[in-house]
Design a protein around this ligand. Structure first.
Ligand SMILES: [Zn+2]
Length: 357
């Protein structure tokens, strides 16, 4: 993030109009740099380009234009177009929904508090995280379904459905979608599923170290120091189970790490009620008012113990797993070579029956 890439009008946007990886945080840092030159941005902080970097790192088998459609930030001169991985930070609806960003799963055990009770229970935090997993599972499911149109019943590529000569619109509405080319629809749903997963690593303490020089508190939550992707984002497995079954499994996994938390985001709606913003008083916050503290790796937490680097690396490993699992699901759901051809249609810029055997 640098000052020139920050839209000037963004400073006066309503708080709920969130930007990628919380550009508002980056803007606050940018503002601080502008007025107080001594304040430096964290060296490994997540910025708006981090979704792009993670997604590109996880998809080495994509050709250039397909990769751009999936992973890019702003696409070239067209500021109304963006890669699918950015879709959930755009528009009026998705940016405010906790479950698309794995936020508000905050909790701190009583043992860390100097008396008193944390404003939320462990069960509430787990329920918020389950909602984020469920959202990703639903988007995974929709992506598998949308792939059906890429390849006809006789195994022929539907040329119109894979055409990338104009930008994908990525404009599905929560109350019904606006159909685009099948390739764009697959990317849109994968983008929404994967965005939340990438956010989880930036917004949670999964890979973190806490600051060793301060006591554990709401401003210095414990770090779980994990080096592998979270076991409760097994979207492919969950997609093939009943909701009750996978929720029980995911809860069991989450219960293994009772200190697991993401931050309360004050510009999102409480439990998706579309009316009330979260009251984050006394809670682990996504970021503080200055955009410097908080649990998110967009602020100074990124610099503690290499937190920013670790989160990015494990997020990349997870998206590699997600892409592999998605391909496996296409092969299983669409047998006799159709699934394999769909994968070719997704990764190749101008796929044809001749180039995708
Ligand atoms: Zn997000």
């Amino acid at each position: 993030m640098n000052a020139s890439s920050a839209p000037r009008f963004a400073m006066t946007r309503p708080a709920r109009h969130r930007r990628p990886w919380r550009t508002r945080t980056a803007l606050a840092i940018t503002a601080a740099l502008a007025y107080i030159p001594a304040v430096a941005a964290p060296a490994h902080a997540f910025g708006p380009g981090t979704h792009t970097k993670i997604t590109e790192g996880a998809l080495p088998d994509f050709q250039a234009k397909s990769l751009e459609a999936m992973a890019a930030g702003d696409l070239g001169v067209n500021k109304e177009a963006w890669g699918a991985i950015r879709g959930s930070d755009r528009g009026d609806y998705y940016p405010n929904q906790t479950r698309y960003h794995c936020d508000d799963a905050d909790y701190l055990a009583a043992g860390y508090l100097k008396g008193g009770q944390y404003p939320r229970t462990r069960q509430q935090a787990t329920a918020e995280l389950l909602a984020c997993v469920q959202t990703a599972v639903e988007e995974f499911h929709a992506a598998v379904a949308a792939a059906d149109k890429l390849v006809g019943s006789k195994g022929n590529i539907n040329t119109k459905e894979v055409d990338l000569s104009s930008w994908c619109k990525y404009n599905d509405k929560p109350d019904g979608k606006e159909p685009d080319r099948a390739k764009c629809e697959v990317f849109e749903h994968l983008g929404r599923a994967w965005h939340g997963i990438e956010d989880f690593y930036s917004h949670s303490n999964w890979t973190d170290h806490a600051n060793p020089n301060q006591p554990i508190s709401v401003t210095n939550p414990p770090g779980l120091q994990k080096t592998a992707p979270a076991p409760f984002f097994t979207l492919r497995a969950y997609n093939n189970q009943s909701t009750a079954t996978w929720e029980a499994e995911a809860t069991k996994e989450m219960d293994k790490t009772p200190d697991l938390a993401t931050g309360c985001a004050h510009d999102e709606y409480e439990h998706d009620d579309q009316k009330h913003h979260n009251d984050c008083t006394g809670r682990i916050n996504h970021y503080d008012v200055n955009g410097k503290g908080g649990l998110s790796k967009e602020g100074s937490r990124a610099d503690t113990g290499g937190n920013g680097k670790h989160a990015e690396s494990v997020a990349t490993d997870d998206i590699k797993r997600q892409w592999k699992d998605f391909q496996d699901e296409l092969r299983a759901k669409y047998p006799h070579g159709r699934g394999e051809k769909m994968i070719c249609a997704l990764t190749h810029d101008a796929p044809t029956d001749a180039t995708c055997k």
